[in-house]
Design a protein. Structure first.
Length: 380
């Protein structure tokens, strides 16, 4: 049996262990230290928009703190893109607030600005303006940020940008992760760079960053004993994992280019195949890191479903995965309200993510190509 080809697997650059050794040699084996500060500095330099970054234990923790800093409390409404990973929505529930899910649009698969505005207006009409909006850049593709920022500004609603999948992407030349009132990043094992597990909150003032770090380190008041006036969390990043992050930052742009190369590989592979369309940048305003390359399969034209393609690839030990199942279709959110016209349902029915890692070899690419050709030939 051939070795497994993964959707997206960790890809070390080579310098990560040096930073970890340094942490051991200096005994900074703790959730603070030079690697944590250094990794934050690296991210601030990379994003380059006068941002302030707090390194945290996960992207989910970063979203939770963003909601707290945005003042989200029990029974507030928070509007959230429906087509996303559950981690975008779960922290709304941690706060005792109510998620309201918003459908996607066709071009980027991200939050539909029309449905967003309808949901905000509906909230205002019933006397309950939503407290925050969570927009996501799925698979690295920037959402329609001009429209979304204009709507949240117009109605004065806090915008939280979930850029967990979009480090290295940009929209009109501005990096994803710098559009929200708060933005979050993730460094989980399958993301474009990884610290094995980790995340970051991007803030726009030193004061917000300090508040986030205060909450992330159990909210200790300034006193010699342990004194607390707030509920705190244990959400800080460790100095060991931050060392991995510092090494990964050295290869981020290189790995982004390799993922973009995977997208070109699929563009070429599917260019003459009717009924299969790849998620591509709608125009030059959009620049995607192409964290994952994903296709839509029209079974009426191809004679094959996305599930048959997935199983065909699996037979050759190649991993692929349906798109994120929209949150409003998840059993756990069955009672939650939703604004949409069925776009995300349709995408979920026919969409498939393909192996997209920056570490795929040319042999592995050949295997993917041959396997896809084999599956598609059977269909015709
Ligand atoms: C990975 C991911 C997160 C969560 O990040 P963790 O670091 O795994 O907690 C949040 N939102 C999206 C869209 C993600 O893909």
């Amino acid at each position: 049996m051939n070795s497994k080809i993964w959707l997206s697997s960790p890809h070390m650059g080579g310098n990560e262990l040096d930073f970890i050794h340094e942490a051991f040699e200096t005994n900074w084996v703790a959730p603070l230290g030079p690697n944590v500060n250094g990794f934050e500095k690296d991210l601030e330099t990379y994003l380059n928009e006068d941002v302030h970054v707090a390194a945290l234990a996960s992207g989910t923790a970063a979203l939770h703190l963003a909601l707290i800093l945005a003042g989200v409390e029990r029974d507030d409404d928070v509007l959230c893109q429906s087509m996303t990973f559950s981690a975008s929505a779960n922290p709304i529930v941690y706060q005792g607030a109510n998620p309201v899910f918003i459908d996607s649009e066709q071009d980027t698969w991200n939050m539909c600005p029309d449905q967003l505005e309808m949901a905000i207006e509906a909230g205002i009409e019933k006397g309950k303006k939503p407290k925050a909006v969570i927009v996501v850049h799925l698979y690295g593709m920037p959402a329609k940020m001009d429209e979304i920022v204009a709507i949240t500004n117009k109605h004065n609603v806090t915008l939280i940008e979930d850029a967990a999948e979009a480090l290295g992407s940009s929209y009109k030349g501005k990096k994803c992760g710098t559009f929200g009132d708060y933005s979050i990043l993730s460094f989980n094992g399958n993301k474009i760079i990884t610290t094995s597990g980790g995340g970051a909150l991007v803030c726009y003032s030193e004061e917000d960053k300090n508040k986030a770090i205060f909450l992330a380190t159990q909210a200790r008041d300034n006193a010699p004993h342990y004194q607390h006036s707030h509920i705190g969390y244990n959400y800080r990043m460790s100095n060991i994992t931050a060392g991995i992050g510092r090494g990964q930052m050295m290869v981020l742009d290189k790995h982004k280019d390799l993922r973009r190369g995977m997208n070109s590989f699929y563009k070429d592979l599917f260019k003459d195949i009717e009924g299969i369309s790849l998620l591509v940048e709608p125009n030059r305003d959009y620049y995607s890191n192409h964290w994952l390359s994903a296709i839509l399969v029209d079974p009426e034209i191809t004679g094959i479903t996305r599930e048959e393609i997935r199983l065909g690839l699996l037979e050759d030990n190649i991993e692929s995965r349906p798109l994120w199942k929209p949150m409003h279709l998840q059993p756990v959110f069955a009672e939650t309200s939703y604004f949409g016209t069925g776009v995300s349902e349709k995408l979920f029915d026919i969409g498939l993510c393909l192996p997209s890692g920056s570490n795929l070899t040319s042999e592995e690419k050949s295997r993917i190509k041959n396997s896809l050709h084999k599956v598609l030939e059977k269909a015709i």
